[in-house]
Design a binder for this molecule. Sequence first.
Ligand SMILES: *[C@@H]1O[C@H](CO)[C@@H](O)[C@H](O)[C@H]1NC(C)=O
Ligand SMILES: *[C@@H]1O[C@H](CO)[C@@H](O)[C@H](O)[C@H]1NC(C)=O
Length: 194
Amino acid sequence: VLDAGGEPAWVESNKVKTGTTMLYLEFDNGVVLGADTRATSGEVVADKMCAKIHYISPNIYCCGAGTAADTEKTTDLLSSNLTIFSMNSGRNPRVVMAVNILQDMLFRYRGQIGASLILVGWDNKGPGLYYVDDNATRLSGRMFSTGCGSSYAYGVIDSGSREDMTVEEAYELGRRGITHATHRDAYSGGVVNL
Ligand SMILES: *[C@@H]1O[C@H](CO)[C@@H](O)[C@H](O)[C@H]1NC(C)=O
Ligand SMILES: *[C@@H]1O[C@H](CO)[C@@H](O)[C@H](O)[C@H]1NC(C)=O
């Protein structure tokens, strides 16, 4: 099936994508990460219960949008790299260290890995939030949403977030943001993970 010219056109469109909406909110009392659970392959829902919030280390989690296999492998590699670091040093990794390694990993492939990730953690400097994508763009901030449903989620979280939210209010806002996106965006769906 593969011709000498490289990948046939269908390979791109048949990859399982995480479609996706995910968001992150930082507030005085903590951080909230949210994601939908729909994975699509072209027009088909490939997985209704796809986990998009990935464990990195005890103090760091990562939300991945993009090609499902790429977000999965990238976060697995980052997690094992940091586990080895923790076993050697006896402490949890700093958030900025995780984001540096992630950015290095993605930059090495110059946009060939389909991943746009939100990395969130807590260390002795407090909360840390970064957006990193396959072109190794890196942004730091207090609130992000990514994936194709992100504009809908932004509408909700931009208008609803406050720094003095309680934990319950932050959960509720995150849940509303993702739910709204799953109603409007065809590539987001399933249930809300927070
Ligand atoms: C973790 O990643 C960094 C940066 O890519 C690399 O220098 C280091 O050797 C890796 N550590 C392990 C244990 O693979
Ligand atoms: C990465 O860069 C390429 C080429 O400039 C662009 O087509 C692509 O959309 C970028 N990816 C992201 C996630 O911004």
